[in-house]
Design a protein around this ligand. Structure first.
Ligand code: PLP
Length: 385
């Protein structure tokens, strides 16, 4: 067993060996610029990119030309929201989103708010679910975009995106979903779910860091975006810049593997997750689950330990388990998680929260070891109270 045990797969994942192997030739031998197709080097690069585009498109049921490569989900979220806002400002200046979104969505919306846009931040219930009815009621004649994430990165809750997509299309409003945590873990179908824009990222699915994509629907309805990166007109003019060929190859391969292994891996991880929860509950009955008990990612567990400050617990556990309080991005600040706070239980619940993101490397032995160490650390902290 390698210590500390990595259980923070919502913040990032290691690159799968098979993914790395697929990428390797594109750093050295096949280094052509995918846009320089007048010669063999560039053409081979383009072919590799085309293949990855198809691998990704087949996972979400879209056409390969609807995939726009970006540097990651942060950029995809920015491109989707700012690109729509700029393109459709004539129609109206209202966007609907949700309080538990990732900062890449929330801070982009705040940026627009400062520029005169109206943003509706929908609440969630105590289990972290956004209500489709609330979405419907929030729509006005000014609404141009609904942005609701598919799976939450802290509590793993799955939003009713199919229902929300239907509502969006009934009202002729575009629907964007940040599916960074959902893709490769649950089936996503942009047709069945009426999704117009979808953000994803390589490094959350055992692919490399610094590569992501935005799906942009090009028929029924055709979505137009104002580009946020100007230059050579790559990616149908929506995102200029030389393509990251090795990253794109790795991203495509990673998603292909995730799709193949999704069913078995979900079952395996759900069993491990439930074992972890049962072990904690048995030894510390006060433990509380954050987020919906069943409508959640099978590899996510988010708990609060009443009477225990998670920051102190993490210090005691740092050589044993790599877990976090919540999103990696907000760890630099001392503020409690905006997601746990949004559940409406007060700050204490957020200050005592822990997020587990299980992944491919985790075993039953590791779960039992982690459970034992957490309980021991809780007991140690309680002795100081
Ligand atoms: C990680 C994450 C992001 C940011 O993705 P990057 O590729 O790291 O920029 C955005 N949204 C969600 C839900 C995430 O989990």
């Amino acid at each position: 067993m390698k210590l500390p045990i990595y259980m923070d797969h919502h913040s990032t994942t290691p690159v799968d060996r098979r993914v790395l192997e697929a990428m390797m030739p594109y750093f050295t031998e096949v280094y052509g610029n995918a846009a320089s197709i007048d010669h063999e080097y560039g053409y081979q690069g383009k072919q590799a990119v085309d293949k990855a585009r198809e691998q990704i498109a087949s996972v979400i049921n879209c056409k390969s030309e609807e995939i726009i490569f970006t540097s990651g989900a942060t950029e995809s979220d920015n491109l989707a929201i700012l690109g729509i806002a700029e393109q459709y400002a004539n129609k109206g200046k209202h966007i609907i989103t949700c309080v538990t979104e990732h900062k890449a969505v929330l801070d982009t919306c705040k940026h627009l708010e400062r520029r005169g846009w109206m943003i509706t931040y929908l609440p969630v219930d105590q289990q972290g679910l956004v209500s489709p009815d609330d979405v419907r009621k929030a729509i006005t004649r000014e609404t141009v975009l609904i942005s609701i994430m598919a799976a939450n990165n802290e509590i793993g809750v799955l939003a009713p995106i199919e229902e929300i997509g239907k509502i969006a299309h009934q009202h002729e409003v575009f629907f964007h979903t940040d599916a960074t945590q959902a893709i490769g873990h649950i089936p996503i179908d942009v047709q069945a779910m009426s999704i117009d824009l979808l953000s994803m990222s390589g490094h959350k699915i055992y692919g490399p860091k610094g590569i992501g994509a935005l799906y942009v629907r090009n028929h029924q309805p055709r979505v137009k975006l104002v580009e946020q990166m100007h230059g050579g007109g790559h990616e149908r003019g929506m995102r200029s810049g030389t393509l990251n060929v090795p990253g794109i190859v790795g991203f495509g391969k990673a998603l292909e593997i995730a799709k193949q292994e999704m069913k078995n891996e979900n079952q395996r991880l759900k069993a491990l997750r439930d074992r972890l929860w049962d072990g904690l509950k048995e030894n510390y009955p006060k433990v509380m689950l954050n987020g919906h008990p069943t409508q959640r990612l099978s590899h996510n567990l988010n708990i609060s330990l009443p009477g225990i400050e998670s920051r102190s617990l993490l210090v005691l556990l740092k050589n044993e388990i790599a877990i976090s309080m919540g999103s990696a991005c907000s760890n630099a600040t001392v503020e409690p998680s905006h997601v746990i706070t949004a559940l409406g239980f007060g700050d204490d619940r957020a200050y005592s929260s822990l997020r587990f993101g299980l992944g491919r490397s985790n075993t039953e032995e590791e779960i039992d070891y982690a459970t034992q160490k957490i309980i021991a650390a809780i007991n140690r902290l309680q002795r100081f109270l």
